[in-house]
Write a protein that binds this ligand. Structure first.
Ligand code: NAD
Length: 259
């Protein structure tokens, strides 16, 4: 018997990386999962792997209608929504603040914050009614950049810090019906990308694995699967029904950095 038997979940940005690992683990634990993805290829991959246990929807987290459509698809297919995981994000590749032309700042800010912050707000807002009905939960993917400097540039770090405030306020307002928690991964081997105009990918950065291993007390670069079980624990009413406004760090011990 899986730990999420009978649960219906929704993961944004679940076609790849950490989101995909959460989808795979949720399905393995017995859940049915709606997945908001960017590309038709991600939809095909998910359907090939999980058949009718997943409901992939192609869309953009910046669009209110796409968030609503994904929630409606989950409820239509699986009858309810127990767990919502806002996860889709983009990175700024630690571009130094001074390297951004002042005249470009507003556009860069809007592109990054629209995905990283507005995308989470819209997913949460779209899911509120069915989540209240199921007394469900929201689980944000946060980041070590929600706590520390140096893991991203000013735009990325400020977006991930903004989400800690979002999480606290939502946990306060939505209690007692909806628990709101987060997993905050550290360096993870994914193809995390940037703004649409930016072709860079995290796992293609020269020396990325060595840099993470060197600066992380546990001494290695994590894989997306390393974080997935924590989402299961937070999703499960049996395992965490008294837990809200909590952020579980899965970052190899950055708090006690010292290597
Ligand atoms: P990833 O690129 O594999 O996953 C991000 C997903 O978001 C992709 O599937 C992408 O298509 C999707 N996405 C991007 N923009 C979107 C949009 N406008 N609409 C819909 N989907 C969109 O990278 P990842 O590392 O798995 O990132 C997942 C989350 O984890 C992000 O929020 C990221 O900030 C966070 N994170 C990553 C790391 C890391 O080291 N990789 C560390 C901490 C936190």
């Amino acid at each position: 018997m899986g730990r999420l038997e009978g649960y219906a979940a929704l993961v944004t940005g679940g076609g790849k990386g950490i989101g995909r690992a959460v989808v795979d683990r949720f399905v393995a634990e017995g859940a049915r999962v709606g997945v908001l993805v960017r590309s038709a290829a991600d939809m095909d991959d998910l359907s090939a792997a999980h058949g009718d246990k997943v409901a992939p929807v192609q869309g953009d987290v910046r669009s209110w209608q796409d968030n609503v459509h994904t929630v409606e698809t989950v409820v239509a297919r699986f009858g309810k929504l127990d767990v919502l995981v806002p996860n889709a994000g983009v990175y700024d590749f630690s571009d130094p603040f001074e390297s951004i032309e002042g005249a470009d700042l507003e556009a860069r800010y809007r592109e990054l914050f629209d995905v990283n912050v507005l995308g989470y707000l819209q997913a949460a807002r779209a899911g509120l009614v069915p989540l209240r009905e199921s007394r469900g939960s929201i689980i944000f993917t946060l980041s070590s950049s929600s706590f520390f400097s140096g893991g991203g540039g000013t735009l990325y770090v400020s977006s991930k810090h903004a989400l800690t405030g979002t999480l606290k306020q939502l946990a306060y307002e939505l209690a007692p019906d909806i628990r709101v928690n987060a997993v905050a991964p550290g360096g993870t081997r994914t193809g995390l990308g940037g703004l649409p105009s930016d072709a860079r990918e995290l796992n293609a950065i020269d020396g990325f694995e060595e840099m993470v291993a060197r600066t992380t007390p546990l001494g290695f670069l994590s894989e997306p699967e390393d974080h997935a079980g924590l989402y299961v624990t937070l999703a499960s009413r049996e395992e965490s029904r008294f837990v809200t406004a909590e952020i579980i760090r899965s970052d190899g011990g950055l708090e006690v950095r010292g290597r």
